[in-house]
Write a protein that binds this ligand. Sequence first.
Ligand SMILES: [Zn+2]
Length: 268
Amino acid sequence: MRFQRLSELKPPRAHERVLATLPEEIRMAEYAMAKAFQINELVRSIHKGSYEWYGYTLGSREKPELVADIGLPRNDRNVTEYTSVGPERIAEYQESLPRGRVITGWIHSHGSLDFKGFSGTDEKNQATVLDYVTALLRKPVAKREVVIQDLVMLAKGDYGETDLERGSVSLITDVPVREARILEAVYGGFCYGIVIGDQGWHRQEIRYKWRGILSGQTTESRKDAGMTLVATGRLLTQADIDALAEEVREKIKPEARAPRERYEKECT
Ligand SMILES: [Zn+2]
């Protein structure tokens, strides 16, 4: 990065203009929430145990903030990898989706376990999903001034090699300029993390990532987020449940070794 050094400069009262906002809470279709808990029930009835599973929160490209659906990928049989969501697996699932549908985060179940929070493993998965989702869905959220100390202004055709040795950044313009301000686009993205339990509880967080296009300055943060259920007109029908049962039968295959035991170790 040519301008890497700029990121180290703390701009004194740099000008920033907000262009767009990122969600502060999670809005989720009632259908999607009903589906998540239905998966929990189906896992218990089909696989005769309260096994954990994971899926993705899905939105539309136009309205990624709304969780419109839950996607259930083939959960790994291997217990070691079971709770780990890799970028290849996310990409693979994204490619299987219809155009316009996008992964916006991930959801998993703690089954009957009474741990209503995110474990260390969950944190790692969240970071992986965040990287993937923000690469896919980032948008310009601000224009921020990059304050450059020792900016050297040069005019085209009117400078020599030694002039380029001066200053931290050289700005070459077609006409002589005395003053310049540089504003960079800041790209921002988010991803959702939701954890649910058999007893009907759910907890969720939003992770954010911002990156200045010129300075390369990257910041991340997370927050516990509220959840608002949205009536979209779509309801979970018996036909949906039957299709979901097939998916649960096919995509969730608990090993003979109880995943719960390992899971509890990781989560608590
Ligand atoms: Zn967990």
